[in-house]
Design a protein around this ligand. Structure first.
Ligand code: ASP
Length: 329
């Protein structure tokens, strides 16, 4: 057996984002340019670590990814594992990495790790972090300890769970955190160190339909109810509210939401960026006790954006009855 064939196989799929971006000419803004092979070519340290199969799945800023495209990425990743890949690494823009990671994690049925990474500095900028993040992602992907943990985000040498990870800074290098829980691991001298053992995972079935629409609205001081009142007539299938504090809205919003919840499921999350919604603390109109009495669900620790993804997938697989259970864990 040659050394080449003895190496584990890792599939790397690239989707675009800053990690792939370059300026066409000095002084111009950066845009997605590098395909997957070009990104790997900038990383000779990968040689000898694994055999790589590469695919440029798309080349877009991550704001332009969508659920249908992510389902195609999932199918590609599953096929790679089916063909013998020990792990899958995905590169994409950091702007929506937390949402894509959670979406894929909810559907990833394999023990093989799926590791997502990106970069804060474009490939053509001094001090580009993409190559270091990609190398760290591959090393985490190859770690036996990463198996059975679903989809992880590896960035800035930290390892984050898909459910918890969040981009908390627009341009800083240390842009990712897992508010409340912290990262589940660290990359130290190229090795993945985890703070806890892998916990039991649940995955959702693939959605049978993708036409459902879930809207996310944020509660703001003195916000009117025009949009809320219109929602039942706009064809949406679900609503997530990023509520104040522990999951609260104003009295006019509470009254209008009481009507909306007769037409579609409504989840109220916290807009604070960290911590859980309450369940049994506040008794005012628009507080969580009132909202639950009116038929709304509280999100717990799940952030508004990830609630929207969960609700979309549950609606798509006709598994809405499982919503409370998913929100409780
Ligand atoms: N600023 C983003 C990034 O870090 C752009 C994107 O998300 O595509 O990749």
């Amino acid at each position: 057996m040659t050394q080449e064939t003895a190496l584990p196989r890792v599939a790397i799929g690239s989707l675009g984002g800053t990690v792939s971006m370059q300026a066409a000419a000095p002084g111009q803004g950066v845009t997605p340019k590098l395909d997957c092979d070009a990104m790997l070519a900038a990383l000779p340290q990968l040689v000898g670590l694994a055999q790589f199969s590469t695919a440029t799945l798309c080349l877009v800023p991550s704001a332009s990814l969508d659920f249908t495209g992510l389902l195609e990425v999932l199918a590609w990743a599953k096929a790679q594992v089916g063909q013998g890949a020990q792990a899958v690494v995905l590169t994409q823009g950091t702007d929506t990495l937390e949402e894509a990671a959670y979406f894929l994690d909810l559907l990833w049925p394999c023990d093989a790790p799926m590791i997502m990474t990106g970069a804060m500095r474009a490939a053509s900028h001094p001090g580009a972090d993409g190559p270091a993040n990609l190398l760290a992602a591959v090393r985490v992907a190859l770690s036996e300890n990463s198996r059975g943990r679903g989809v992880l985000a590896v960035i800035n040498d930290q390892i984050h769970e898909a459910k918890a990870v969040r981009k908390t800074a627009s341009l800083a290098m240390a842009a990712f955190e897992s508010p409340g829980s912290g990262p589940i691991g660290q990359v130290v001298e190229g090795c993945a160190h985890y703070r806890q053992v892998a916990s039991r995972r649940r995955v959702l079935p693939l959605p049978q339909r993708t036409s459902q629409r879930v809207v996310l609205l944020e509660a703001c001081l003195d916000a009117d109810t025009t949009l809320l009142q219109a929602l039942p007539g706009l064809g949406y299938d679900g609503l997530v509210v990023a509520g104040f504090g522990a999951g609260h809205v104003s009295e006019p919003w509470a009254d209008t939401l009481a009507d909306v919840v007769g037409h579609m499921p409504v989840i109220v999350a916290t807009r604070t960026g960290s911590g859980s919604t309450a369940r049994a603390t506040y008794g005012f109109v628009g507080g969580e006790i009132d909202l639950q009495a009116k038929g709304m669900r509280m999100a717990g620790v799940l952030c508004p954006r990830k609630c929207r993804i969960l609700l979309w997938l549950l609606l798509g697989s006709s598994a809405l009855t499982e919503l409370d259970d998913w929100l409780a864990h």
